[in-house]
Design a protein. Structure first.
Lengths: 255, 278
């Protein structure tokens, strides 16, 4: 068991005097095995992104536990998280907004290598070149700034950057939702290749059912902060138990 | 289009005036006609004439020379004051905004207290503790002025703190210090630069008023504020002694204000005044 989440909750207080609670994530439990592609589907605003942020330690959960390799990570401080960043990486929804807007892309690509002292100055350029060519981006493109390249290119670079640290777990928060269909296929191929070659486990979050169907082995369905159904892709897609899942699947067919 | 042109004119005029001022300050020893501290009692209160373009003061010193050398003191003091306070303010503001919580509350309450004091009164109060002199003038101005930068830097930081690219930066493994250094600071600094250029004019006026009140540079150094303070005694029959440095102060404040306004409109369209129908 690589990642184990038990009864995870995140509440936000709103209203006058903060007396109204909103359960963004409500009693969520799931587990991801070594090298597994795990899908998480659900409509917009159901708490998927809140969940990823908690797994990445960007926000603190209200209650519950997140265990990575058997160790509790939900209560770690900023400093204790740093060594774990190498193991748990993320690909975000808006590729252009994941890079430092004031620096060129070479800086962003070399950033993880520098942060974790993975190479010396002389081999840095070689490693960056290798890692970007892996995802089909020419080295010259790296002279550009994040806003100067297309979404597809940016997403490929951000995947290359995340994979350069050899993570054990990759959180993909809707990595293809901002891209057009032809680019989507490239990105998915890239992710599946990484899964096969580096044995990276992935939490693949999406509201695109076909993508999840194509990529994942197990899937969970989320609604209003709760996970209402879990199972293998075939189980859930062929034989949904919950009404909501059926509705989601039907919506796909109608379109 | 007309409006854009008008703004550009302000910027260009500001650049030219500031350039003149800086050139005078740099070239001061070469262009001043007399030794600004040389006293010749027999030559006192000469009206502006060909030999002494702006006349002489009560000790027979050439006013033009004093004003030319005084531009150095004036510029040096205000530029130093502004950079020290911008540095302190930006750092504290970013830390305050990024860390939030108790740190933020403490720093911002200090800022509130500082903002509640009228700057001049605060500086006078401080001078009773520290004594007179140029360094203490600098300290007094910095004590008040850093709050402006802290506020702006904090506001900007809070805007960026939860943005997606900072979260991505955290996820890729940046520590707090690295995020502040590589992400927050570059994003905040452009606003601070604009604020600095807007503030130099005000600081020149502050410096002048404080040295007029006797807090800053001490006679016989040719500080503009000190010159006005000395000249006011003879306002009745030798008005040029006080008026000339007054015009110099107004000129430099105007120059920097125009430069600042022009720069702000050029670099930051969001802060533009509301569009007027002309």
């Amino acid at each position: 068991m690589l990642l184990e989440i038990n009864n995870l909750c995140k509440d936000y207080s709103t209203g006058f005097l903060g007396n109204r609670k909103i359960h963004a994530v409500d009693d969520v439990s799931l587990c991801i095995n070594e090298g597994e592609m795990f899908g998480l589907i659900g409509e917009s605003g159901c708490g998927k992104s809140t969940l990823t942020k908690m797994i990445l330690g960007l926000i603190k959960p209200t209650d519950g536990s997140i265990k990575y390799n058997g160790e509790e990570i939900s209560n770690l401080g900023e400093k204790q998280w740093l060594p774990l960043r190498k193991e748990i990486q993320a690909v975000f929804q808006h590729p252009q907004m994941t890079f430092n807007p004031k620096k060129n892309l070479y800086y962003s690509c070399a950033e993880p290598l520098r942060l974790f002292d993975m190479c010396d100055k002389s081999s840095e350029e070689y490693l960056v070149r290798e890692m970007t060519e892996c995802v089909g981006i020419s080295f010259d493109q790296l002279k550009k700034f994040p806003h100067e390249i297309s979404g597809g290119q940016a997403q490929r670079i951000s995947i290359a950057r995340a994979l350069s640290l050899n993570p054990r777990l990759l959180i993909c928060d809707e990595p293809t939702s901002m891209l057009d269909v032809s680019v989507q296929a490239q990105i998915l191929r890239l992710l599946m290749q990484a899964n096969k070659e580096q044995n990276v486990a992935m939490l693949f979050i999406s509201h695109d059912l076909e993508v999840v169907h194509a990529v994942c082995t197990r899937v969970a369905v989320m609604k209003e902060g709760k996970i209402i159904e879990t199972g293998t892709v075939d189980e859930v897609f062929e034989n949904p138990k919950e009404e909501y899942t059926k509705k989601l699947l039907n919506a796909r067919i109608e379109i | 289009m007309k409006r854009v042109n008008r703004k550009n004119i302000i910027l260009y005029v500001g650049i030219v005036l500031t350039a003149i001022l800086v050139a005078v300050a740099i070239l001061a020893p070469y262009i001043m006609p007399y030794d600004p501290t040389k006293m010749e009692i027999s030559q006192k209160f000469i009206k502006p004439c060909a030999a002494h373009i702006l006349g002489t003061d009560h000790l027979g010193r050439d006013i033009l020379s004093r004003i030319i050398l005084g531009s150095r003191i004036s510029l040096m003091t205000s530029v130093t004051a502004i950079f020290i306070s911008a540095f302190i303010g930006t750092m504290l503001g970013i830390i305050s905004g990024y860390l939030g919580g108790a740190v933020d509350t403490i720093i911002m309450r200090i800022v509130d207290v500082m903002l509640a004091f009228p700057a001049i009164v605060f500086a006078l109060a401080l001078s009773t503790f520290l004594g007179k002199g140029q360094t203490n003038l600098l300290i007094a101005i910095c004590c008040v002025q850093w709050t402006r930068y802290a506020r702006v830097a904090r506001g900007e930081t809070i805007m960026f703190r939860d943005s997606e690219y900072i979260q991505a930066a955290r996820a890729i493994g940046n520590s707090k210090t690295q995020i502040i250094k590589n992400y927050v600071f570059p994003a905040v600094i452009s606003k601070i630069v604009i604020l600095i250029s807007l503030d130099i004019g005000t600081i020149i006026l502050y410096c002048a008023s404080l040295s007029f009140l006797g807090l800053g540079a001490q006679p016989p150094s040719p500080d503009w504020g000190v010159m006005i303070s000395e000249g006011k005694e003879y306002m009745q029959y030798a008005p040029w002694v006080a008026i000339a440095p007054g015009i110099a102060i107004a000129f430099s404040a105007l120059a920097f204000n125009m430069l600042g306004d022009g720069l702000r409109d050029l670099l930051d369209p969001r802060m533009k005044e509301t569009v007027r129908t002309e």
